[in-house]
Each structure stands twice: as structure tokens, then as C-alpha cells.
Design a protein around this ligand. Sequence first.
Ligand SMILES: [Zn+2]
Length: 563
Amino acid sequence: MTIFRAFGRGAFGVLSASALALSGTARAMDAGKVVPPVDEALMREVIKTLSADELAGRGPASAEEAATLDVIVARFMAAGLEPGNKGQDGQKSWFQDVPTVSMRASGFSPLSITGGGKVLAFAHGKDFVAGSYRVVPETVVKDAELVFVGYGVNAPELGWNDYAGVDMKGKVAVILVNDPDYAMESEDGPFKGRRMTYYGRWTYKFEEAARQGAVGAILVHDTFPAAYGWNVVESSWSGDQHFVATPNDAADQTAFNSWIQKAAAQSVFKAAGKDLAAMTAAAGQKGFKPVPLGLKANLSFKSAITRSTSRNVVGIQPGGEAPEEYVLYSAHWDHLGRCKPDASGDDICNGAVDNGTGMAALVALAEMNKAAGPARRTQVYLAWTLEESGLLGSEYYARNPLFPLAQTVGGVNIDALYPGGAARDVAVTGGDKSELSALLAKVAGELQLKTGPEDGSEKGYYYRSDHFSLAKRGVPMFYVKRGTDLADGGVAAGKALAEDYVVNRYHQPSDEYSDDWDMRGIVQEVDLYYRLGRPLADGADWPNWNAGDEFRAIRDQSWASAK
Ligand SMILES: [Zn+2]
């Protein structure tokens, strides 16, 4: 996982712990169907193998990648899966190649803003950061007009377009972070109030600026709505930036994307004879129109380009009645490889929890579905690469799907399951976005698991994990984990467990497997994932996003064009 997600979730209440007692016996599900037991011993074996020092932390494109993929394929074969891809020779293949591009920007000129008889020159790092998504060795932007486009949102389903009436060709969009109603206490606003929508994510803003034809985009940093300080922006925009390779080398993207400190933005607005606070207030109102600032931007820098290839692993269980309809289970196989040594000199980030557990869950689910026999629809098992580099394996798959997205019903992504006890609650990330919620509510009811309000809904976690590569292209995906209210010890124990992980193990050489692990909680989660996936695979429903959700139109379009 790239960020820690579960810590800090609220308490959801207390229910009978006996309902959670997990045994090896199969239990009733849906009209006489039984849930095969989760094979804990198998999961331990998979976690142990994948997190062993021999695989050196599973770095993508590392010397150990081939051996890592061998382990995964062997487990997939043992679970009776078939290869899910075809190679160039037409033979069946377990792999999907994922070509990537890494770029490191350097040699920045100041970001200079001219107009109104003034020249403002901002320093790289201190005042602004920037980079190119286009795969080009040099970026030069000269005298490009600045246009303030508020929150940079184009949301037809809400009748909201911050680019209304302006042609952005050759111009630079100046954009506020988050979405217009982020400061609300409730989640009732047009952009779900304090809950972040995709329109509030910085990734969306750069994508939309490119769709509008802008030559560049400047995001105005502000610590409260961004939810992190300038130091985070500065460090994450230095060093290599990773992207999936595209046939046009991302020529459809802006020439540069950047962030600017709020104080610098205030001086830009002042030079334009405007006030940032007043403009921000105006941008929060429906009907806001973009404002040309009468200023021009100049910027140049170089980008060092490195190309590389890693692989996703794909296995399938063909469906019995509707083999051309697909349900996905996914988890990322990669981790950080060799990393900063700890005090003992250990420099292997083993990634036992992150994401040896997710991979073990994927294998266990394949075995459970084998035991249950063929489902109505085809079940697809995807082991992503390059999650830690920015969700690249899943992004590449979603751009180049092996099974049409319009025929992909939905799925479950699995990332970093913590050892420890079972919980009395389920943490749902992203809120009630799609008709999958009904299935989750039914299953949680059967298991007597509480679901509750999402803590930290303003942080937009739904938009930061592998399932989102599919969700943003219309495929509804579950993002659920067991909650923090543990059957043994309640919320205090659950939070202590999560905190121990984030402080002592997360992305460190100490994320290692031990036979002492308490697997009860992990087994509970895999059982839950089966109960969410299998009914989708046996069913004939096509759950859509809820009306008004930001991905509904994409799904409707995808279905319409597939007909
Ligand atoms: Zn991670």
C-alpha cells in the first residue's frame, strides 16, 4: 500500500462476538450455497515464501522479479486457474507486460509571471514544484496566458463547469485544491460536503486541465484543504516520477503540471489586481466563470527519461454459463525491494503484510472458488505490479484491459491485511457510491458486522488504491477491510494494532512474517471477500454507480458504446 488507511477509523458499535467465531466448517450462504473454509495454513505458506529474503522485497523489474512471478504462477496453477492472457505467439500466457516510464526533472528556470507592469520570479522548491507528464527531454513554456478556473471541475451531472466558455489551448490553468464544499461539516453538499469526491483530488485536476487542452496547470497549495503541508508536496515532486507508457508518449497531457505555495499565489492574484480570498469565495458558487488573469507564465526544465517493463499476473476460472462476463479479485505483488537499512543493517523491505497478505488472500480465494465449483461468470485473479510506484500495474491494465471493462461486473481489491484478532465491524472506504452497497449490507448483516461512518472521508482514500484504476473507468469496486473494533479488546486494541503497524513496520525492513502471527482477523477478511465476490460471480446483476456519482456517466457510456 502507498499510504496507511485503516488507522484512526471510528468505533462502529458492539455486536455479538460469537457471530464472528470462524471455524473450518462451511457456513450457509445464499440459498443453500456453502462458503468453503479459508485455508490459513496455505496463506501462511504464501506470505512466508513471498516475503522471504530470497525474493529481496519483490522490487518490480529487479533480479528477483522472475522468481517472484514463478511463485505466484505455481500457486495459481495449484488452484486450478488458467492463464488469462495470450502471448504474441498466440499461446496462453500468465503475464501482461507493463511498460513504464520514469522521469526525473531538473534544471528548472524560475517560474516567472509577467504582466501588469511587473515580473514575479518564483524559486523551484521554495515557491513551486513542477514536472511533465509528456515524455519529452525538455519542457519550455513561453508567455502562456494564466486563467483562474476555480476548483478546475467539469461535472456535467451536477451542472458545474469551471471551464465554461473558455478555450484553454495554449493557456495555463490556475486551480484551487479540493472541491467547492470541502469546508462543510456534513456530507450533504453538491460535492458531498467534507467528504472528498474525485473532483477534489489533484490527479483529477491535472487530467481535466489536459482534457481542456491547457498547456499547463498550476495548483494553489493550501494546507487545510490539501490535508498535507508544502513539505509533502515538495518531497513527492522531487526524484523519479513513474508513469505507464502510452503509444503517444502522453502527448495529450499538459506540457507541465505544478503546485505553487499559497503566498506566491496571493502575489500572482495581486499582480492581476485580484484577491485570492475573494476569488476563492466566488469559485465556490455555482455558475462561477473562469477568469483570465491578464498575466503570462514562463517556465523551462529538463526531464531524464528511463524506460522499464514489469508484469502483471493474470489467471482465470472460466464461468459455466456466462463466461464472457467477468468478476475481478486483485492484489499487488510488488513491494519496495531493497530499501533504507534499519539499525541492524537489514536492507530488505520484505513486505509481508504489504502485500504478502493480499497475495495470500488472492490464492486462498482462488482455492475457495475451486472448491465451490465453477461460478456462472468468469472469475479473474489479477496480481498487479508497481502499486508502490503509483498504482501503475492496475492503471496499465485498466487502459489495456484483457477483458472488456463493459463486460466486467465489478470486483474486490485486497491490500495489506494486518495480523491480529477478528473485528466486529467493517470499514467501508468511499461511502455509499454504488449498488454494490446493497450486497455489502446484506453480507455484513449475515455476519453481524457493523458498518459505520468513514473516518477521514475528507482525505479521499477511495481514490488512492489499485481498485480505483478500474473505478475511474466505470467498473464498481469494493474497498472494504475489517474495522478496528476487535472482538478481543475492542477499539482500543484495534487502534493499538494499527498504530503498531504504521510506526514499527509499514514500509520498513521489519515488515516480516512470523509463525506467531494471529491469523484470525485475516481469515475473517478473506471469508468476507469471498462472500462479496462469489454472489457477483454467480449472479446476473450489473450493479451501477448511484445516480449522481462521479463515475455513473462513464459506466453508462461504456455500456452504450459496447452495444
Ligand atoms: Zn506499500
